[in-house]
Design a protein around this ligand. Structure first.
Ligand SMILES: Cc1cc2nc3c(=O)[nH]c(=O)nc-3n(C[C@H](O)[C@H](O)[C@H](O)COP(=O)(O)O)c2cc1C
Length: 251
């Protein structure tokens, strides 16, 4: 080993502090709206988002901090309506109560600028090959925005708040409904909403896969591979439990 390698000492204390925040970030779907989140805390949370890594350092994100209770309600109304549509389509996705959105004192709409796809390796000539590169570019962009959003979630958790990551938006109709409420230009997309605050009920820890289930050394270990049938069975029998139950109460 070189002397530089031997001089390095990992900082386990700081790691443990970070992990306390990482482990303690728990999704809450209703908040105590009587406990406001001061503007300063919103800025602290967004400061973490700002430092995130991104493909080509493009930083293809904007964050709209919503403070108007009427606008929060209108957004919650949209989500409740969308759940009704999904139920009618028989999607069978276990749905939370999206009325909880309007209770969130910290309410950040995450906006992605997909035009930054052109900052990544693409041909922009409309060819089939370009389509493949564009698909990959879209993944780069989504990962970038997720990295930034996750930094914000962890910062909120570090301040002692709990968080809710809501993506139940997606389609064109939702974009068209939400953009005008917030004055978002037509070429940008609402990608998700980050809610945070003091939870209305005590939060709980959800099931997480164990480290050996997800970590492979050197090669993909096929013992950990799930067939599509196994995934279908998981969706049918387990998904509802892991989404809404305390890990310690799952049989
Ligand atoms: C990309 C992403 C999308 C999510 N979308 C939603 C959503 O639309 N609605 C919702 O209630 N929760 C959503 N969640 C929250 C997850 O359901 C939650 O993180 C998961 O059940 C694990 O719980 P935990 O956050 O307490 O660890 C989302 C989380 C992520 C990371």
């Amino acid at each position: 080993m070189t002397s530089e390698a031997t001089a390095f000492r990992a900082d386990r204390t700081r790691y443990d502090q970070l992990m306390e925040t990482v482990r303690g970030r728990l999704t809450s779907r209703a908040f105590n709206s009587a406990v406001p989140v001061p503007r300063e805390h919103i800025e602290l949370v967004m400061e973490a988002a700002r430092h995130a890594p991104s493909g080509a350092n493009a930083q293809p994100w904007h964050y709209i901090a919503v403070t108007d209770a009427g606008v929060k309600k209108q957004i919650a109304d949209y989500f409740v309506e969308e759940q009704r549509r999904r139920a009618k389509l028989k999607m069978k996705f276990p749905t939370p109560n999206y009325r909880g959105l309007e209770s969130a004192p910290g309410f950040i709409v995450v906006v992605a600028d997909f035009r930054f796809l052109r900052a990544f390796p693409v041909l922009l000539d409309g060819s089939d090959l370009d389509k493949q590169y564009q698909e990959n570019a879209e993944r780069i962009l989504l990962q970038s925005v997720a990295a930034s959003t996750m930094s914000a979630h962890l910062a909120a958790a570090a301040l002692g708040y709990q968080v809710w990551w809501v993506t139940a938006i997606g389609q064109q109709a939702a974009q068209e409904a939400l953009r005008p409420l917030l004055g978002i230009p037509a070429d940008l997309a609402v990608i998700d909403i980050m809610l945070f605050g003091v939870p209305a009920k005590p939060p709980y820890k959800r099931w997480k896969k164990t480290l050996p289930q997800i970590l492979h050394w050197d090669r993909f270990n096929m013992d950990k591979y799930m067939t599509t049938d196994q995934i279908d069975a998981w969706v049918k029998e387990e998904r509802h439990k892991v989404m809404y139950r305390d890990e310690s109460k799952i049989d």
